[in-house]
Design a protein around this ligand. Structure first.
Ligand code: ADP
Ligand code: MG
Length: 352
C-alpha cells in the first residue's frame, strides 16, 4: 500500500498536461495499438526544453501509463524518460490515452544495426570523438560488449522491479543522446507480475521474430489474473517458479546474435536463423555444427568475433538463447559474465 500512497502523493504534486499543450510533428511509428509522434511544446515554459514524443494509444494505453509510472519511480534509467499520461476524451472518436516522453534521440538500435558502418557508427555516439584505433574484430567486439552491457543493465532494472518487457527487440531500444546510453522503450506489452497488472497473456502482441519458444510467460496453470492483493502475495513465488524474465533474455540473445552476424540483421535473415535453430531443436551448439562447415565469410567472421578471448562471447550467447527458460541466465548474472570483464578501452573512456 505504501507504493500506492506514494504514487498518489507524487501524482498530486506533478504538473498535469492536456492536449493543447502539444503541437504534433512527424509521425515516428504506427502499430496496431497506437500511433507515435514527435511533438513540441505549444507554449514553451522556460523550464520545459526540448522535443517530446507522444503516443496516442487505444485501450491498452492505460496499462502502458501504469508501467511507465512504475518504471519512473523504481528504475528511471532503464527506460525513456516518461513525463505524463492521460485519458483524452474527444466527442467523435473513442477515448484515447495520450502518453508523453522526452524525445531521447533520433536512432533506435534497429536503425543503427542496419547501417553498413555498424558497430563503428555506435562507437562515435557513445564516446563522442573516437581515437584513431585500428578497425578490426577486437574493436567491434568491444563496442558490441558495451551496447549489450547497457541493454542488460536496463533490463536488470526492469526485472528487479518485477516487470517483464515481452517485446525486447532493436526497434524498442533507443539511443539516448543526453546520457549517451541505450534505453528501453515501448512498455505496451509489458507485464508487472508483482501486482498482477496486465497479467492476462497477450501472445498476439508478441513479435514472433524475437519471441522465445515458450508461448506463455507464466505457466498455463495460472491462466487468469488474480486480484491485485492476492497477486502481490503470490507472484514472487510464481516469478521463482516460472522465471518469466527469461523471455526477455532470449530476445536479448537474438540481439547479440544480430550484432555479431550481419547476415541476421535483416528481417528475412533473422527469420531464416529462427527456422534453422528450430530445425536443430533450439540447440545453438548443434546449429553451429550444422552451418559452420559451409559458412560464408560473414558468418565465419561472426563466429570469430564471438570466439575472441577464449570464446566467452559465444559462451554467453549460448546461455541466453536456450529452449528452456530456466537454463537461461538472468540479466543480473549475465552482467557478471566474464564476457564483460575485458572491456578495455571503451570502458576506460566511458569512466573518464
Ligand atoms: P509502437 O507501439 O509503435 O512500437 P514505440 O513506443 O515503440 O511504439 O515507439 C515507436 C517509435 O517511436 C520507436 O521505434 C522510436 O523510433 C520512436 N520513439 C518512441 N519513444 C521515443 C523516445 N522517447 N524518444 C525518441 N524516439 C522515440
Ligand atoms: Mg515499438
Amino acid at each position: 500500500w505504501d507504493m500506492f500512497v506514494l504514487a498518489f502523493v507524487e501524482r498530486l504534486f506533478r504538473p498535469t498536461y492536456k492536449k493543447d499543450d502539444f503541437v504534433l510533428g512527424k509521425k515516428l511509428g504506427e502499430g496496431a495499438f497506437g500511433v507515435v509522434y514527435r511533438v513540441s511544446w505549444a507554449k514553451k515554459p522556460s523550464s520545459k526544453e526540448g522535443d517530446l514524443v507522444l503516443k496516442k494509444a487505444t485501450e491498452y494505453g492505460a496499462v502502458e501509463i501504469w508501467m511507465n509510472e512504475r518504471v519512473r519511480r523504481a528504475c528511471s534509467n532503464s527506460c525513456a524518460d516518461f513525463l505524463y499520461g492521460f485519458l483524452e476524451k474527444s466527442s467523435k472518436k473513442e477515448a484515447e490515452y495520450w502518453l508523453i516522453w522526452r524525445f531521447e534521440g533520433e536512432s533506435t538500435l534497429a536503425d543503427l544495426i542496419q547501417s553498413k558502418e555498424f558497430p563503428y557508427n555506435v562507437e562515435s555516439m557513445i564516446l563522442g570523438e573516437v581515437q584513431d584505433l585500428p578497425k578490426g574484430l577486437e574493436r567491434e567486439n568491444r563496442i558490441i560488449q558495451t551496447i549489450l552491457r547497457q541493454l542488460l543493465f536496463a533490463l536488470d532494472g526492469l526485472h528487479s522491479t518485477g516487470i517483464v518487457h515481452r517485446d525486447i527487440k532493436p526497434q524498442n531500444v533507443i539511443f539516448s543522446e543526453g546520457s549517451r546510453t541505450f534505453k528501453i522503450i515501448d512498455l505496451g506489452a509489458a507485464a508487472d507480475l508483482r501486482v498482477g497488472i496486465n497479467y492476462i497473456p497477450k501472445e498476439f502482441l508478441l513479435d514472433p521474430r524475437y519471441a522465445a519458444p515458450e508461448q506463455y510467460i507464466m505457466s498455463t496453470q495460472t491462466p487468469s489474473a488474480p486480484s491485485a492483493p492476492v497477486a502481490a502475495a503470490l507472484s514472487p513465488v510464481l516469478w521463482q517458479l516460472n522465471l518469466p524474465d527469461r523471455f526477455d533474455i532470449y530476445s536479448t540473445g537474438l540481439i547479440l546474435l544480430q550484432m555479431a552476424f550481419p547476415s541476421f540483421r535483416s528481417d528475412s535473415g533473422l527469420i531464416q536463423f529462427n527456422r534453422q535453430l528450430k530445425r536443430c531443436d533450439y540447440d545453438l551448439i548443434a546449429w553451429r555444427k550444422s552451418v559452420e562447415p559451409r559458412a560464408n565469410g560473414d558468418l565465419r567472421r561472426g563466429f570469430e568475433l564471438l570466439d575472441l578471448d577464449g570464446g566467452i562471447g559465444w559462451e554467453l550467447l549460448t546461455c541466453m538463447v536456450r529452449y528452456k527458460a530456466r537454463q537461461r541466465v538472468s540479466a543480473k548474472a549475465a552482467l557478471a559474465h566474464p564476457y564483460f570483464d575485458k572491456e578495455g578501452l571503451l570502458a576506460l573512456s566511458i569512466m573518464q
